[in-house]
Design a protein around this ligand. Sequence first.
Ligand code: ARG
Ligand code: ZN
Length: 843
Amino acid sequence: RIHLSDYTPPAYLVDEVHLTFVLDPTSTRVKSRIAFRPNPDAPGTFALHGEHLDLISASIDGEPVDPAFTEDGLTLSVPEAPFIWEAEVEISPETNKALEGLYLSNGMYCTQCEAQGFRRITYYPDRPDVMATFTVRIESDLPVLLSNGNLTGRGDGWSEWHDPWPKPAYLFALVAGDLLDVHDTFTTASGREVQLAVWVRKGDEHKCGWALNSLKKSMAWDEEVYGREYDLDIFNIVAVDDFNMGAMENKGLNIFNASAVLASPDTSTDADFERIEAIVAHEYFHNWTGNRITCRDWFQLCLKEGLTVFRDQQFTSDMRSAPVKRIEDAILLRSRQFREDAGPLAHPVRPESFVEINNFYTVTVYEKGAELIGMLKRLVGDDAYYRALDLYFDRHDGDAATIEDWIKVFEDTIDGDLSQFMLWYSQAGTPRLTVTETFEDGTHEIILEQTIPNTPGQTNKHPHHIPLAFALFDPTTGAQLGEEVLADLTEARTVLRHEGLERKPVLSLNRGFAAPIILDTTSLADNRLFALANETDSFNRWEAARSLTRDGLISLATGEGGPDDPYFDALAGLVQDDTLDPAYRALILGQPSQDDIAQAIFEAGGTPDPLLIYRATEALRLRVAQRLQDILPALYAKMQVHGVYSPEASDTGKRALANRLLGLLSRLDGGTAAQIQFDRADNMTNQIAALHALLSIDRGQTALAAFEAQWRDDRLVMNKWFSAQTGTAAPEAAVATARTLTEREDFDWTNPNRFRAVMGGLIANSAGFHAEDGAGYTFLADWLLKVDAKNPQLAARMSAAFETWKRYDADRQDLIKTQLDRILAKDSLSRDLTEMISRIRNA
Ligand code: ARG
Ligand code: ZN
């Protein structure tokens, strides 16, 4: 276990790295020539990281040496003066199925070095605070040979690259393959012409335009909003089929999961287009927030990830609809991050210790990390925020920085003290704000009580500094009273008082969901219909609908009557309100996930029954459909988009609403409209939505077969086919459906996208995964054990599906516990999965 408090600076620093790769599937040779010098500030022993390496030779200043091997590398006594380390190692990319370090994916060499993959390439101080310039030579018969930085030479069977920007090893990248590029140029504000290229396998050339376009938009946006220009002559993006995550920001050579870069109207949904735009932006933005300024150590991961997510969220808000983006982000945060924060895997945005850093690329680090930036921006104001960022880039360019450095630029900018705000980085758990109101003699009091729940290893927390935006409304006219106000909550208890009011006002709290907290209140619940009619904050208006829907589902799932007429009437009014963006209306019609409902029931002191929750969601859909019966066909028709497909926000919103309506319509017409849409669809958004609608009412077999016949050769599209089935299967059929799919020849589980399509779909099918007999648990555990032997990261990620086990009844808990213990009992379990399962098990 590694602790933040144990940090010590590196004993040896690196000035320059020279690498030569002679590529071969099973015996690639890597020669390194590294200029080291002792760190005058931190004398210590010389040690290099290395894993799965075969050391062929090593020397210091030309003299052969005989290093001692350690658990994670080697050590050696060295001169107390600058010296040159040279080594040659052999590695086997083909057998590397962990997809860390250098590996082969469909005949193409590629790398993934974050967080600690470089040590699988050669011996090196593989830590982010060791930064150096890299010169790389690649030898191979493959036609395209890429690395970071600028191309400095190439000939028959080789190429050479030089990256002038000092970087940590985790940003190293190499790609070699039979690739084609689709290219463009971008001229930066100061006039540098940058060659942009997206590299893909033959046959995917027509799917690169959107990513290229997104890249240009990102480059322009970062200049305009943050004043950040690109700093090399080349920017390459490569699409890889087998990739553990979305994408990676390697300097000048971003490597992407093919699913996060390839797009075409036929094969990609609107959601895919939006996701690709955001991920391209995210990786591009890392060039400043991550690469030029990197992290001192991996505990500081949120320094680059929280900030970069925040920046990509801002970008998407600017490219699309800001209110819609805010709601989408809040949905993700509340369903995944709040759940994480409330369970055995809860950890602070800046963790204090870890066994395996790969287990901390979490929604807490990323999404809650981004929320903290948003709150900081609210607290200091936009103007100070951008001045602080300028100071950050100025002061820390070239540094491996810390969260303390980050907060300090804000303190210096506002000349204030943010030590209480720092607690957001160290205290885990979602703060709960209990709200009560009194009204007497024209005086309205809002009493706010803040608590932060205990989390593993953390109790007795201090109150957070919370920026809370609120407004008051006149209960009779519905008008907002005065401006929105930002209250600075710093105490466990705060009273906000308003005097001279004629009537008790209606409260609108945490507007824009500006603080990632849970509001605990009954008074707000009473005002939801009022809010649906009168809210001026688009987030809170949606929130009112969401909260009513959630309570309706809980009521149905716990054997009560469900929502009553005013709810349905309000919903009908909103759906037809043409002054509202269709995308927003689609969100209003959306339901919380079954998992969200389970969490809500659990938090209210109940024991969720997945099957009853499933039935509640089905019942409510039917009721909404029946209530909207008369308007559904016409509104569905009105939302059809004609003409050339465009992935931009306005058409996307119409399709989102139309497809929501189609889901409802198919509950009434037995799937007629959905079948027609499926047959006529000329884009993937409409095709897959129709397939989902049909599968959800168990009328999807014909469409499923047609879909397969059409797309069997497109791996990315087929992932949708796989996940649609596990995701929509009836609860009693879900595990069997998943099992059948895993028995197919095209179920290649070493491909993370394919594995996630099936298993992720099943897990999201809450009632199916939590089948009473425990079949879902055994099925997942079997697969985790199998996958862990090859790809620990993939297994560890998926294992988080068990994090909610304490919510359920004793029988289910026992069934899950049995599986957790079975996994832990396996010898040679990876460090990744061991840490995850132990944390979950010991809750
Ligand atoms: N830095 C990458 C990104 O957020 C993700 C890398 C994930 N690495 C990992 N080991 N899980 O853009
Ligand atoms: Zn990132």
